[in-house]
Design a protein around this ligand. Structure first.
Ligand SMILES: *[C@@H]1O[C@H](CO)[C@@H](O)[C@H](O)[C@H]1NC(C)=O
Ligand SMILES: *[C@@H]1O[C@H](CO)[C@@H](O)[C@H](O)[C@H]1NC(C)=O
Ligand SMILES: *[C@@H]1O[C@H](CO)[C@@H](O)[C@H](O)[C@H]1NC(C)=O
Ligand SMILES: *[C@@H]1O[C@H](CO)[C@@H](O)[C@H](O)[C@H]1NC(C)=O
Ligand SMILES: *[C@@H]1O[C@H](CO)[C@@H](O)[C@H](O)[C@H]1NC(C)=O
Length: 513
Protein backbone atom coordinates (compact mmCIF):
# COMPACT_ATOMS: atom_id res chain seq x y z
CA UNK A 1 0.00 0.00 0.00
CA UNK A 2 1.41 3.30 -0.91
CA UNK A 3 1.27 5.66 1.98
CA UNK A 4 -0.01 8.68 0.14
CA UNK A 5 -1.74 7.58 -2.96
CA UNK A 6 -3.89 4.86 -1.48
CA UNK A 7 -6.39 7.19 0.12
CA UNK A 8 -6.44 9.53 -2.84
CA UNK A 9 -7.15 6.61 -5.12
CA UNK A 10 -9.86 5.22 -2.92
CA UNK A 11 -11.37 8.65 -2.45
CA UNK A 12 -11.34 9.33 -6.17
CA UNK A 13 -12.73 5.95 -7.09
CA UNK A 14 -15.34 6.40 -4.45
CA UNK A 15 -16.35 9.76 -5.90
CA UNK A 16 -16.60 8.41 -9.42
CA UNK A 17 -18.56 5.46 -8.11
CA UNK A 18 -16.00 2.73 -8.67
CA UNK A 19 -15.82 1.71 -5.05
CA UNK A 20 -19.01 1.24 -3.14
CA UNK A 21 -19.17 2.07 0.52
CA UNK A 22 -19.64 -1.60 1.28
CA UNK A 23 -16.49 -2.59 -0.57
CA UNK A 24 -14.59 -0.26 1.64
CA UNK A 25 -15.38 -2.45 4.64
CA UNK A 26 -12.22 -4.26 3.66
CA UNK A 27 -10.63 -1.78 6.01
CA UNK A 28 -12.89 -3.11 8.76
CA UNK A 29 -12.72 -0.10 11.00
CA UNK A 30 -15.01 -0.73 13.91
CA UNK A 31 -17.29 2.24 14.32
CA UNK A 32 -18.14 2.51 17.97
CA UNK A 33 -20.31 5.18 19.50
CA UNK A 34 -19.29 6.83 22.74
CA UNK A 35 -21.80 4.68 24.67
CA UNK A 36 -20.56 1.47 23.08
CA UNK A 37 -17.05 1.10 24.36
CA UNK A 38 -15.04 -1.51 26.12
CA UNK A 39 -13.58 1.11 28.43
CA UNK A 40 -14.94 0.17 31.84
CA UNK A 41 -16.71 2.71 33.95
CA UNK A 42 -17.14 2.80 37.67
CA UNK A 43 -14.98 2.33 40.71
CA UNK A 44 -15.21 -1.44 40.78
CA UNK A 45 -12.94 -1.52 37.73
CA UNK A 46 -10.57 1.13 38.92
CA UNK A 47 -9.80 -0.31 42.32
CA UNK A 48 -8.18 -3.56 43.22
CA UNK A 49 -5.29 -5.35 41.57
CA UNK A 50 -5.68 -7.56 38.53
CA UNK A 51 -4.53 -11.10 39.10
CA UNK A 52 -2.44 -12.34 36.19
CA UNK A 53 -1.53 -15.98 35.74
CA UNK A 54 0.81 -17.16 33.00
CA UNK A 55 0.36 -20.72 31.79
CA UNK A 56 4.04 -21.61 31.65
CA UNK A 57 3.33 -25.34 31.40
CA UNK A 58 2.48 -25.14 27.74
CA UNK A 59 3.46 -22.73 25.01
CA UNK A 60 0.89 -21.79 22.37
CA UNK A 61 3.29 -20.65 19.64
CA UNK A 62 6.78 -19.29 19.19
CA UNK A 63 8.46 -16.00 18.29
CA UNK A 64 11.55 -16.31 16.08
CA UNK A 65 14.39 -13.86 15.52
CA UNK A 66 12.61 -12.48 12.43
CA UNK A 67 9.21 -12.07 14.06
CA UNK A 68 9.26 -8.30 13.51
CA UNK A 69 10.37 -6.86 10.19
CA UNK A 70 10.02 -3.55 8.41
CA UNK A 71 8.83 -2.25 5.07
CA UNK A 72 9.80 0.64 2.91
CA UNK A 73 7.15 1.50 0.38
CA UNK A 74 8.11 1.28 -3.29
CA UNK A 75 6.47 4.71 -3.60
CA UNK A 76 9.47 6.03 -1.68
CA UNK A 77 11.75 4.84 -4.48
CA UNK A 78 9.54 6.64 -6.97
CA UNK A 79 10.10 9.78 -4.89
CA UNK A 80 13.85 9.10 -4.96
CA UNK A 81 13.89 8.15 -1.24
CA UNK A 82 12.47 11.54 -0.18
CA UNK A 83 14.80 12.57 2.70
CA UNK A 84 16.06 9.09 3.51
CA UNK A 85 19.86 9.25 3.62
CA UNK A 86 21.32 5.76 3.53
CA UNK A 87 24.72 7.10 4.67
CA UNK A 88 23.38 8.90 7.71
CA UNK A 89 24.97 7.57 10.90
CA UNK A 90 21.66 7.89 12.71
CA UNK A 91 19.87 5.81 10.09
CA UNK A 92 22.61 3.19 10.10
CA UNK A 93 22.53 2.93 13.91
CA UNK A 94 18.78 2.56 14.02
CA UNK A 95 18.67 0.06 11.18
CA UNK A 96 21.41 -2.04 12.78
CA UNK A 97 19.48 -2.05 16.05
CA UNK A 98 16.59 -3.75 14.27
CA UNK A 99 18.74 -6.51 12.73
CA UNK A 100 18.29 -9.38 12.23
CA UNK A 101 15.10 -8.52 10.42
CA UNK A 102 13.26 -8.92 7.17
CA UNK A 103 13.01 -5.77 5.12
CA UNK A 104 10.35 -5.70 2.43
CA UNK A 105 10.61 -3.19 -0.38
CA UNK A 106 7.07 -3.30 -1.66
CA UNK A 107 3.64 -1.76 -2.02
CA UNK A 108 1.27 -0.49 -4.68
CA UNK A 109 4.10 1.12 -6.62
CA UNK A 110 5.89 -2.21 -6.94
CA UNK A 111 3.40 -2.89 -9.72
CA UNK A 112 4.25 0.38 -11.43
CA UNK A 113 8.04 -0.01 -11.41
CA UNK A 114 10.32 -0.73 -14.34
CA UNK A 115 13.89 -1.64 -13.49
CA UNK A 116 15.78 0.61 -15.85
CA UNK A 117 19.47 0.00 -15.32
CA UNK A 118 20.38 1.20 -18.83
CA UNK A 119 21.88 4.39 -17.42
CA UNK A 120 24.28 2.37 -15.31
CA UNK A 121 25.41 3.16 -11.83
CA UNK A 122 25.60 6.92 -12.18
CA UNK A 123 22.28 7.31 -13.96
CA UNK A 124 19.92 9.62 -12.13
CA UNK A 125 16.38 10.22 -13.13
CA UNK A 126 14.87 11.94 -10.17
CA UNK A 127 11.31 12.08 -11.29
CA UNK A 128 9.43 14.00 -8.66
CA UNK A 129 5.82 13.27 -8.84
CA UNK A 130 4.03 16.42 -9.80
CA UNK A 131 1.08 14.33 -10.89
CA UNK A 132 0.56 12.80 -7.46
CA UNK A 133 -2.86 13.58 -6.15
CA UNK A 134 -3.98 15.25 -9.35
CA UNK A 135 -5.40 12.20 -11.00
CA UNK A 136 -5.23 9.80 -8.11
CA UNK A 137 -3.97 7.07 -10.40
CA UNK A 138 -0.78 5.11 -10.05
CA UNK A 139 1.68 6.24 -12.70
CA UNK A 140 4.51 4.06 -13.98
CA UNK A 141 8.04 4.99 -13.00
CA UNK A 142 11.58 3.75 -13.56
CA UNK A 143 13.74 2.50 -10.72
CA UNK A 144 17.30 3.40 -11.60
CA UNK A 145 20.47 1.46 -10.94
CA UNK A 146 21.55 4.17 -8.53
CA UNK A 147 18.39 3.79 -6.47
CA UNK A 148 18.63 0.01 -6.41
CA UNK A 149 22.33 0.06 -5.54
CA UNK A 150 21.67 2.52 -2.70
CA UNK A 151 19.08 0.35 -0.99
CA UNK A 152 20.90 -2.91 -1.70
CA UNK A 153 24.21 -1.67 -0.27
CA UNK A 154 22.39 -0.28 2.76
CA UNK A 155 20.59 -3.55 3.35
CA UNK A 156 23.89 -5.39 3.22
CA UNK A 157 25.62 -2.88 5.51
CA UNK A 158 23.02 -3.07 8.28
CA UNK A 159 22.49 -6.82 8.08
CA UNK A 160 18.86 -6.81 6.98
CA UNK A 161 17.33 -9.63 4.94
CA UNK A 162 15.63 -8.10 1.94
CA UNK A 163 12.34 -9.22 0.46
CA UNK A 164 11.86 -7.65 -2.97
CA UNK A 165 8.35 -7.12 -4.27
CA UNK A 166 8.59 -7.53 -8.05
CA UNK A 167 6.22 -6.01 -10.59
CA UNK A 168 3.41 -8.50 -11.25
CA UNK A 169 1.79 -6.34 -13.92
CA UNK A 170 4.46 -6.99 -16.52
CA UNK A 171 2.22 -9.33 -18.47
CA UNK A 172 2.13 -11.08 -21.80
CA UNK A 173 -0.81 -10.79 -24.17
CA UNK A 174 -2.16 -14.12 -22.88
CA UNK A 175 -2.32 -12.76 -19.33
CA UNK A 176 0.69 -14.66 -17.95
CA UNK A 177 3.43 -12.88 -16.03
CA UNK A 178 6.39 -11.71 -18.13
CA UNK A 179 9.63 -12.11 -16.17
CA UNK A 180 11.98 -10.29 -18.59
CA UNK A 181 12.40 -7.13 -16.54
CA UNK A 182 12.66 -9.09 -13.29
CA UNK A 183 15.50 -11.11 -14.87
CA UNK A 184 17.34 -7.85 -15.52
CA UNK A 185 17.09 -6.93 -11.85
CA UNK A 186 18.20 -10.40 -10.79
CA UNK A 187 21.18 -10.40 -13.15
CA UNK A 188 22.25 -6.92 -12.08
CA UNK A 189 21.98 -7.93 -8.41
CA UNK A 190 23.71 -11.28 -8.87
CA UNK A 191 26.60 -9.53 -10.65
CA UNK A 192 27.08 -7.39 -7.53
CA UNK A 193 26.63 -10.25 -5.09
CA UNK A 194 23.50 -8.82 -3.45
CA UNK A 195 21.85 -11.31 -1.17
CA UNK A 196 18.08 -11.17 -1.44
CA UNK A 197 16.32 -13.40 1.06
CA UNK A 198 12.94 -13.55 -0.63
CA UNK A 199 10.65 -12.27 -3.33
CA UNK A 200 7.06 -11.35 -3.87
CA UNK A 201 5.07 -10.70 -6.97
CA UNK A 202 2.81 -7.66 -6.81
CA UNK A 203 0.72 -6.20 -4.07
CA UNK A 204 -2.90 -6.62 -2.95
CA UNK A 205 -4.33 -8.57 -5.93
CA UNK A 206 -7.71 -8.62 -4.32
CA UNK A 207 -7.64 -4.86 -4.81
CA UNK A 208 -6.26 -4.73 -8.35
CA UNK A 209 -9.66 -3.93 -9.81
CA UNK A 210 -10.06 -0.51 -8.18
CA UNK A 211 -6.35 0.28 -8.25
CA UNK A 212 -5.38 -0.88 -11.75
CA UNK A 213 -8.67 -1.87 -13.43
CA UNK A 214 -7.49 -5.42 -13.95
CA UNK A 215 -8.19 -8.73 -12.27
CA UNK A 216 -5.71 -11.49 -11.61
CA UNK A 217 -7.46 -14.67 -10.50
CA UNK A 218 -6.02 -16.79 -7.70
CA UNK A 219 -5.13 -19.67 -10.08
CA UNK A 220 -3.38 -17.23 -12.45
CA UNK A 221 -1.42 -15.73 -9.59
CA UNK A 222 -0.45 -19.24 -8.47
CA UNK A 223 0.93 -19.90 -11.98
CA UNK A 224 2.81 -16.62 -11.84
CA UNK A 225 4.42 -17.31 -8.48
CA UNK A 226 5.51 -20.76 -9.71
CA UNK A 227 6.99 -19.03 -12.79
CA UNK A 228 8.85 -16.64 -10.47
CA UNK A 229 10.26 -19.54 -8.47
CA UNK A 230 11.49 -21.08 -11.74
CA UNK A 231 13.12 -17.82 -12.81
CA UNK A 232 14.90 -17.59 -9.44
CA UNK A 233 16.28 -21.07 -9.95
CA UNK A 234 18.14 -19.80 -13.05
CA UNK A 235 20.36 -17.76 -10.71
CA UNK A 236 22.70 -19.56 -8.30
CA UNK A 237 22.47 -16.52 -5.98
CA UNK A 238 18.68 -16.72 -5.77
CA UNK A 239 18.08 -20.42 -6.26
CA UNK A 240 17.24 -20.86 -2.59
CA UNK A 241 15.50 -17.52 -2.05
CA UNK A 242 11.93 -17.93 -0.88
CA UNK A 243 8.73 -16.57 -2.40
CA UNK A 244 5.68 -15.44 -0.42
CA UNK A 245 2.14 -14.42 -1.35
CA UNK A 246 -0.63 -13.55 -2.07
CA UNK A 247 -0.46 -10.20 -0.21
CA UNK A 248 -4.19 -9.79 0.21
CA UNK A 249 -5.76 -6.93 2.11
CA UNK A 250 -9.42 -7.83 1.95
CA UNK A 251 -10.26 -11.29 0.70
CA UNK A 252 -8.50 -13.23 3.42
CA UNK A 253 -10.40 -16.45 2.92
CA UNK A 254 -11.30 -17.15 -0.69
CA UNK A 255 -8.37 -15.55 -2.48
CA UNK A 256 -5.81 -17.11 -0.18
CA UNK A 257 -7.37 -20.54 -0.40
CA UNK A 258 -7.74 -20.33 -4.19
CA UNK A 259 -4.12 -19.28 -4.53
CA UNK A 260 -2.74 -22.01 -2.30
CA UNK A 261 -4.92 -24.81 -3.68
CA UNK A 262 -3.86 -23.93 -7.26
CA UNK A 263 -0.30 -25.04 -6.63
CA UNK A 264 1.10 -22.03 -4.78
CA UNK A 265 1.21 -23.98 -1.52
CA UNK A 266 4.07 -26.02 -3.03
CA UNK A 267 6.27 -22.99 -3.61
CA UNK A 268 5.42 -20.21 -1.14
CA UNK A 269 7.28 -19.99 2.15
CA UNK A 270 4.26 -18.37 3.83
CA UNK A 271 0.78 -17.08 3.05
CA UNK A 272 0.76 -13.31 3.42
CA UNK A 273 -1.83 -10.66 4.20
CA UNK A 274 -1.99 -6.96 5.01
CA UNK A 275 -3.90 -5.24 7.79
CA UNK A 276 -4.69 -1.73 9.01
CA UNK A 277 -7.19 -0.82 11.72
CA UNK A 278 -8.69 2.25 10.05
CA UNK A 279 -8.22 5.08 7.57
CA UNK A 280 -5.69 7.69 8.69
CA UNK A 281 -7.39 10.77 7.34
CA UNK A 282 -10.38 10.54 9.68
CA UNK A 283 -8.68 8.81 12.59
CA UNK A 284 -9.37 10.02 16.10
CA UNK A 285 -6.91 9.94 18.95
CA UNK A 286 -9.13 7.75 21.14
CA UNK A 287 -9.22 5.02 18.48
CA UNK A 288 -5.56 4.33 19.24
CA UNK A 289 -6.32 3.25 22.81
CA UNK A 290 -9.61 1.50 22.07
CA UNK A 291 -9.45 -2.16 23.04
CA UNK A 292 -12.45 -2.91 20.80
CA UNK A 293 -10.47 -1.86 17.76
CA UNK A 294 -7.55 -3.94 18.98
CA UNK A 295 -9.91 -6.91 19.18
CA UNK A 296 -10.71 -6.67 15.44
CA UNK A 297 -7.33 -8.04 14.42
CA UNK A 298 -7.86 -11.50 15.89
CA UNK A 299 -10.83 -12.14 13.57
CA UNK A 300 -8.81 -11.17 10.51
CA UNK A 301 -6.02 -13.53 11.50
CA UNK A 302 -8.58 -16.28 12.05
CA UNK A 303 -9.85 -15.84 8.49
CA UNK A 304 -6.32 -16.26 7.14
CA UNK A 305 -5.79 -19.40 9.19
CA UNK A 306 -9.13 -20.75 8.02
CA UNK A 307 -7.78 -20.61 4.46
CA UNK A 308 -4.30 -21.96 5.19
CA UNK A 309 -5.41 -24.71 7.56
CA UNK A 310 -7.75 -26.05 4.89
CA UNK A 311 -4.55 -26.76 2.94
CA UNK A 312 -2.13 -27.64 5.72
CA UNK A 313 -2.62 -27.12 9.47
CA UNK A 314 0.94 -25.86 9.88
CA UNK A 315 1.14 -23.53 6.91
CA UNK A 316 2.97 -20.35 8.01
CA UNK A 317 1.10 -17.06 7.90
CA UNK A 318 2.79 -13.67 7.70
CA UNK A 319 1.31 -10.26 8.24
CA UNK A 320 3.52 -8.77 5.56
CA UNK A 321 2.36 -5.16 5.65
CA UNK A 322 0.65 -3.58 8.61
CA UNK A 323 0.31 -0.41 10.62
CA UNK A 324 -2.21 1.61 12.58
CA UNK A 325 -3.97 3.47 9.77
CA UNK A 326 -3.90 3.17 5.99
CA UNK A 327 -3.49 6.17 3.75
CA UNK A 328 -0.06 6.93 5.18
CA UNK A 329 -1.12 6.72 8.81
CA UNK A 330 -2.88 9.44 10.82
CA UNK A 331 -0.98 12.72 10.71
CA UNK A 332 0.36 13.70 14.13
CA UNK A 333 -1.00 10.53 15.77
CA UNK A 334 0.51 7.48 14.05
CA UNK A 335 4.00 8.82 14.76
CA UNK A 336 3.38 9.67 18.40
CA UNK A 337 3.58 7.82 21.70
CA UNK A 338 -0.06 6.75 21.47
CA UNK A 339 0.64 4.67 18.33
CA UNK A 340 2.47 2.13 20.47
CA UNK A 341 -0.75 0.76 21.92
CA UNK A 342 -2.02 -0.61 18.62
CA UNK A 343 1.50 -1.71 17.63
CA UNK A 344 2.34 -3.55 20.83
CA UNK A 345 -1.11 -5.10 20.98
CA UNK A 346 -0.70 -6.26 17.38
CA UNK A 347 2.59 -7.91 18.26
CA UNK A 348 0.95 -9.59 21.25
CA UNK A 349 -2.04 -10.85 19.27
CA UNK A 350 0.10 -12.07 16.37
CA UNK A 351 2.47 -13.87 18.73
CA UNK A 352 -0.42 -15.55 20.49
CA UNK A 353 -2.13 -16.56 17.25
CA UNK A 354 1.07 -17.91 15.74
CA UNK A 355 1.57 -15.38 12.95
CA UNK A 356 5.20 -16.06 12.08
CA UNK A 357 6.32 -12.64 10.88
CA UNK A 358 4.91 -9.12 11.13
CA UNK A 359 6.29 -6.48 8.75
CA UNK A 360 5.75 -2.96 9.99
CA UNK A 361 4.65 -0.34 7.50
CA UNK A 362 7.11 1.21 7.65
CA UNK A 363 10.72 1.94 8.58
CA UNK A 364 10.69 5.30 6.81
CA UNK A 365 7.99 7.28 4.98
CA UNK A 366 4.52 8.50 5.89
CA UNK A 367 3.09 9.20 9.33
CA UNK A 368 3.43 5.64 10.57
CA UNK A 369 7.18 5.30 10.12
CA UNK A 370 9.59 4.20 12.82
CA UNK A 371 11.86 7.12 11.92
CA UNK A 372 10.68 10.55 10.87
CA UNK A 373 11.57 12.73 7.87
CA UNK A 374 14.41 14.30 9.89
CA UNK A 375 15.75 10.78 10.43
CA UNK A 376 15.04 10.81 14.15
CA UNK A 377 13.37 7.93 15.96
CA UNK A 378 9.62 7.96 16.56
CA UNK A 379 8.35 6.30 19.77
CA UNK A 380 7.49 3.07 17.92
CA UNK A 381 11.15 2.69 16.96
CA UNK A 382 12.11 2.34 20.63
CA UNK A 383 9.19 0.05 21.30
CA UNK A 384 10.23 -2.20 18.41
CA UNK A 385 13.86 -2.38 19.53
CA UNK A 386 12.84 -3.15 23.11
CA UNK A 387 10.44 -5.84 21.95
CA UNK A 388 13.16 -7.52 19.92
CA UNK A 389 15.63 -7.38 22.78
CA UNK A 390 13.24 -8.55 25.46
CA UNK A 391 10.80 -11.03 23.89
CA UNK A 392 11.77 -14.17 22.02
CA UNK A 393 10.81 -17.84 21.86
CA UNK A 394 7.81 -19.77 23.16
CA UNK A 395 4.62 -17.77 23.78
CA UNK A 396 2.26 -18.36 26.70
CA UNK A 397 -1.38 -17.65 27.33
CA UNK A 398 -2.20 -15.27 30.15
CA UNK A 399 -5.30 -14.38 32.16
CA UNK A 400 -6.11 -10.68 32.30
CA UNK A 401 -8.97 -8.19 32.41
CA UNK A 402 -11.10 -6.55 29.77
CA UNK A 403 -9.67 -3.04 30.06
CA UNK A 404 -5.99 -4.00 29.92
CA UNK A 405 -3.92 -6.31 27.73
CA UNK A 406 -1.30 -8.71 29.04
CA UNK A 407 0.97 -10.99 26.98
CA UNK A 408 3.79 -13.31 27.85
CA UNK A 409 6.63 -15.18 26.18
CA UNK A 410 10.11 -16.31 27.04
CA UNK A 411 12.66 -13.55 27.49
CA UNK A 412 15.31 -13.21 24.82
CA UNK A 413 18.33 -15.25 25.87
CA UNK A 414 20.61 -12.77 24.06
CA UNK A 415 19.74 -10.35 26.86
CA UNK A 416 18.66 -12.60 29.77
CA UNK A 417 19.59 -15.97 31.19
CA UNK A 418 17.80 -19.05 29.87
CA UNK A 419 14.55 -19.73 31.71
CA UNK A 420 13.69 -16.02 32.05
CA UNK A 421 10.11 -15.03 31.39
CA UNK A 422 8.82 -11.79 29.83
CA UNK A 423 5.38 -10.34 30.55
CA UNK A 424 4.23 -7.24 28.73
CA UNK A 425 1.29 -5.15 29.74
CA UNK A 426 -0.64 -2.41 27.98
CA UNK A 427 -2.59 0.02 30.10
CA UNK A 428 -4.54 2.09 27.54
CA UNK A 429 -6.58 3.76 30.29
CA UNK A 430 -6.38 7.08 32.06
CA UNK A 431 -6.09 5.31 35.40
CA UNK A 432 -3.28 3.36 36.92
CA UNK A 433 -3.63 -0.42 37.18
CA UNK A 434 -1.88 -2.72 39.64
CA UNK A 435 -1.17 -6.36 38.87
CA UNK A 436 -0.64 -9.30 41.15
CA UNK A 437 1.43 -12.01 39.61
CA UNK A 438 1.16 -14.65 42.35
CA UNK A 439 3.54 -17.00 40.53
CA UNK A 440 6.36 -14.48 40.68
CA UNK A 441 5.47 -12.32 43.69
CA UNK A 442 8.66 -13.01 45.62
CA UNK A 443 10.96 -12.83 42.59
CA UNK A 444 13.20 -9.99 41.45
CA UNK A 445 12.43 -8.58 38.02
CA UNK A 446 13.55 -5.99 35.50
CA UNK A 447 10.85 -3.45 34.74
CA UNK A 448 10.74 -1.36 31.55
CA UNK A 449 7.99 1.19 32.00
CA UNK A 450 7.25 3.16 28.84
CA UNK A 451 5.37 6.42 29.09
CA UNK A 452 4.99 9.57 27.04
CA UNK A 453 8.31 11.40 26.79
CA UNK A 454 7.08 14.93 27.46
CA UNK A 455 4.09 17.07 28.40
CA UNK A 456 2.39 16.37 25.06
CA UNK A 457 1.25 13.12 26.66
CA UNK A 458 -0.32 10.67 24.24
CA UNK A 459 0.68 12.96 21.37
CA UNK A 460 4.29 13.16 22.49
CA UNK A 461 6.94 12.73 19.81
CA UNK A 462 9.00 11.04 22.50
CA UNK A 463 8.93 8.01 24.72
CA UNK A 464 10.36 7.72 28.21
CA UNK A 465 11.87 4.52 29.59
CA UNK A 466 11.51 4.39 33.38
CA UNK A 467 10.97 8.14 33.36
CA UNK A 468 13.93 9.02 31.13
CA UNK A 469 13.25 10.45 27.68
CA UNK A 470 14.80 8.28 24.97
CA UNK A 471 16.97 9.98 22.37
CA UNK A 472 19.94 9.05 20.24
CA UNK A 473 23.27 10.03 21.78
CA UNK A 474 25.99 10.94 19.28
CA UNK A 475 23.94 9.21 16.57
CA UNK A 476 23.84 6.00 18.60
CA UNK A 477 21.23 4.28 20.73
CA UNK A 478 21.59 4.78 24.48
CA UNK A 479 21.62 1.75 26.75
CA UNK A 480 18.06 0.57 27.26
CA UNK A 481 18.13 -0.71 30.81
CA UNK A 482 15.36 -2.13 32.93
CA UNK A 483 14.94 -1.18 36.55
CA UNK A 484 15.63 -3.98 39.01
CA UNK A 485 12.72 -4.37 41.44
CA UNK A 486 13.13 -6.94 44.22
CA UNK A 487 9.58 -8.35 44.52
CA UNK A 488 5.88 -7.56 44.73
CA UNK A 489 3.21 -6.73 42.17
CA UNK A 490 3.50 -4.50 39.12
CA UNK A 491 1.85 -1.11 38.94
CA UNK A 492 1.35 0.46 35.52
CA UNK A 493 0.93 4.18 35.05
CA UNK A 494 -2.08 5.56 33.16
CA UNK A 495 -1.47 5.29 29.38
CA UNK A 496 1.66 3.21 29.59
CA UNK A 497 3.10 -0.02 28.38
CA UNK A 498 5.42 -2.10 30.49
CA UNK A 499 7.77 -5.01 29.92
CA UNK A 500 8.61 -7.07 32.99
CA UNK A 501 11.31 -9.74 32.87
CA UNK A 502 11.44 -12.35 35.63
CA UNK A 503 15.04 -13.36 35.14
CA UNK A 504 14.92 -16.02 37.86
CA UNK A 505 11.64 -17.56 36.77
CA UNK A 506 13.38 -20.76 35.65
CA UNK A 507 10.58 -21.65 33.25
CA UNK A 508 11.61 -24.97 31.78
CA UNK A 509 10.10 -24.28 28.35
CA UNK A 510 12.19 -21.08 28.26
CA UNK A 511 15.35 -23.02 29.02
CA UNK A 512 15.02 -25.65 26.38
CA UNK A 513 13.75 -24.01 23.21
C1 LIG B 1 23.95 11.92 4.24
O1 LIG B 1 24.69 11.54 5.37
C2 LIG B 1 26.10 11.68 5.19
C3 LIG B 1 26.77 11.07 6.42
O2 LIG B 1 26.32 11.68 7.57
C4 LIG B 1 26.45 13.13 4.96
O3 LIG B 1 27.85 13.25 4.74
C5 LIG B 1 25.68 13.64 3.75
O4 LIG B 1 25.88 15.02 3.63
C6 LIG B 1 24.19 13.38 3.92
N1 LIG B 1 23.51 13.74 2.70
C7 LIG B 1 22.52 14.59 2.67
C8 LIG B 1 21.90 14.84 1.35
O5 LIG B 1 22.11 15.14 3.67
C1 LIG C 1 11.98 4.22 -18.41
O1 LIG C 1 13.17 3.90 -19.07
C2 LIG C 1 12.96 3.52 -20.43
C3 LIG C 1 14.27 3.00 -21.01
O2 LIG C 1 15.33 3.78 -20.60
C4 LIG C 1 12.41 4.72 -21.18
O3 LIG C 1 12.18 4.38 -22.53
C5 LIG C 1 11.11 5.15 -20.53
O4 LIG C 1 10.62 6.30 -21.14
C6 LIG C 1 11.28 5.39 -19.06
N1 LIG C 1 9.98 5.54 -18.45
C7 LIG C 1 9.70 6.47 -17.55
C8 LIG C 1 8.32 6.46 -17.00
O5 LIG C 1 10.53 7.29 -17.19
C1 LIG D 1 -11.26 -0.89 -17.41
O1 LIG D 1 -10.99 -1.96 -18.29
C2 LIG D 1 -12.05 -2.23 -19.18
C3 LIG D 1 -11.76 -3.51 -19.95
O2 LIG D 1 -10.40 -3.66 -20.22
C4 LIG D 1 -12.23 -1.03 -20.10
O3 LIG D 1 -13.29 -1.26 -21.00
C5 LIG D 1 -12.54 0.19 -19.24
O4 LIG D 1 -12.61 1.34 -20.05
C6 LIG D 1 -11.48 0.39 -18.19
N1 LIG D 1 -11.90 1.43 -17.27
C7 LIG D 1 -11.10 2.46 -16.98
C8 LIG D 1 -11.65 3.43 -15.98
O5 LIG D 1 -10.00 2.60 -17.46
C1 LIG E 1 0.46 18.08 12.08
O1 LIG E 1 1.34 18.92 12.77
C2 LIG E 1 2.03 19.82 11.92
C3 LIG E 1 3.06 20.55 12.75
O2 LIG E 1 2.57 20.90 13.99
C4 LIG E 1 1.00 20.77 11.29
O3 LIG E 1 1.65 21.67 10.42
C5 LIG E 1 -0.01 19.95 10.51
O4 LIG E 1 -1.04 20.77 10.01
C6 LIG E 1 -0.62 18.86 11.39
N1 LIG E 1 -1.45 18.00 10.56
C7 LIG E 1 -2.68 17.66 10.89
C8 LIG E 1 -3.43 16.81 9.91
O5 LIG E 1 -3.18 17.96 11.95
C1 LIG F 1 -10.80 9.34 32.43
O1 LIG F 1 -11.64 9.12 31.32
C2 LIG F 1 -13.01 9.18 31.66
C3 LIG F 1 -13.82 8.75 30.46
O2 LIG F 1 -13.24 9.09 29.26
C4 LIG F 1 -13.34 10.58 32.15
O3 LIG F 1 -14.71 10.65 32.49
C5 LIG F 1 -12.48 10.90 33.34
O4 LIG F 1 -12.68 12.24 33.75
C6 LIG F 1 -11.02 10.70 33.02
N1 LIG F 1 -10.22 10.82 34.24
C7 LIG F 1 -9.08 11.50 34.27
C8 LIG F 1 -8.36 11.48 35.58
O5 LIG F 1 -8.65 12.09 33.30
Amino acid sequence: MDFRIRHLTVLLLFLIGKVSASEDVRFFSVETGPEDTARPRGDNFLSGPVTVTVNVQQSVSRIGSHFIGVNIDTGTVKDNWISLNFSSKKVLSMAQALAPTYFRLGGTYADAATYDFSGGYSHTSVDHDAELGLTGVITPFNMTAKQWVAVSEFTRAVGWDMIMDLNALKRNADGTWNPDNARQLLQFSADRGYRIAGFQLGNEYDYYQPTFNITVSPPQLAKDIIALKNVLSEFPNYYSAFVIGPEVVHDFRFYVWGFLISGASNVVRAATFHQYYFFGLHAKLEWFTDVKRMDGLAGTIDQMFEATRAINPNFPVWLSETSSAYGGGAANISDRFVAGFLWLDKLGVCALKGVETVLRQDFYGGNYALIDYYLNPNPDFWLTVLYKRIVHGPVFSVTGRKDIRVYSACANTDSFSPGSLAVYILNPNNYSVTFDLPQFKSQPRYVYSLTAGDEDGLLSKFMALNGKKLELVDDKLPELLGQLVPSGGVTTAPYSYTFVVFHQAAVSICREF
